[in-house]
Design a binder for this molecule. Structure first.
Ligand SMILES: Nc1ncnc2c1ncn2[C@@H]1O[C@H](COP(=O)(O)OP(=O)(O)O)[C@@H](O)[C@H]1O
Ligand SMILES: Nc1ccn([C@@H]2O[C@H](COP(=O)(O)OP(=O)(O)O)[C@@H](O)[C@H]2O)c(=O)n1
Length: 226
């Protein structure tokens, strides 16, 4: 079977990661979490004392860290300079700083290059999730999905995850999420946006299983049609 490239974009908490992993696993495709790459470079900046609010300082060193992403949907992995970064990239500190780092054009150019190389190497195809995959990273993707959900649903999903790890109430999670969406949508270089040819799926009232089925059906439809 020919290889297929699936781009899944959307704001935080819409279900990109859960959907992408399940779809890739079901269809035997590779999987790439591009948000994890931006989180990883942000974590490296923070641990190396770089002022992440200074775009010039970030741009000057963004070629330094070696960022490696695993592509097995059943065992997502990310490392920085050979060290496992899966845990540290999910802290609230990284989450609050990642939009500033990901807005720097030199950072985007570097990470976009890594993403295209990973997608090109995926023999059977790949599901790539992020913010600008359908618009910028892989504009020729076979299937493009843009996931949305109400801010309330997204905040409830996110704060449900954080409980027990880092106490976060619903209101502060919602605020942080809306602030990050605004920064990601408002930046100059490849902002969070729906590609003109992407299928928009509002997941507010859907179960995760329904979203997975919807995306699998779109991929199978595309495969059958060519
Ligand atoms: N349709 C859905 N209904 C309810 N919960 C969902 C749905 N999709 C995802 N979730 C849950 O919401 C949380 C965030 O999902 P995730 O896939 O990480 O979103 P994203 O990658 O877009 O930030 C996870 O705990 C996930 O299990
Ligand atoms: N393709 C992408 C993916 C993520 N990002 C940035 O990385 C951040 C973290 O992405 P993520 O997918 O891990 O975020 P969540 O949706 O999991 O909260 C986003 O807020 C963006 O600033 C981006 O700029 N472009």
């Amino acid at each position: 079977m020919e290889s297929v490239i699936v781009a899944i974009d959307g704001p935080s908490g819409t279900g990109k990661s859960s959907t992408s992993r399940a779809v890739a696993a079901e269809l035997g495709l590779s999987y790439l979490d591009t948000g994890a790459q931006y989180r990883a470079i942000t974590w490296w900046m923070l641990t190396n004392g770089i002022d992440v609010d200074d775009p010039g300082a970030v741009a000057a060193v963004c070629g330094k860290p070696a960022i490696e992403s695993g592509t097995d949907p059943l065992a997502p992995a990310i490392s920085v300079d050979g060290a496992d970064a899966a845990g540290p990239i999910r802290t609230r500190e990284v989450t609050s700083k990642v939009s500033a780092v990901s807005a720097v054009p030199e950072v985007r150019a570097r990470i976009t290059g890594l993403q295209r190389a990973i997608a090109a190497a995926a023999e059977k195809g790949i599901v790539v999730e992020g913010r600008d995959i359908g618009t910028t990273v892989l504009p020729a993707a076979d299937v493009k999905i843009f996931l949305t959900a109400s801010p309330e649903a997204r905040a409830a999903r996110r704060s449900g995850e954080l409980k027990g790890r880092e106490a976060a109430d619903l209101a502060s999670t919602r605020e942080a999420l809306i602030r990050r969406d605004a920064a990601d949508s408002g930046r100059k270089t490849s902002p969070l946006a729906k590609a003109d040819d992407a299928v928009e799926v509002d997941t507010t009232e859907l179960t995760l299983q329904q979203v997975i089925e919807c995306v699998v059906a779109l991929v199978e439809e595309k495969r059958a049609g060519r």
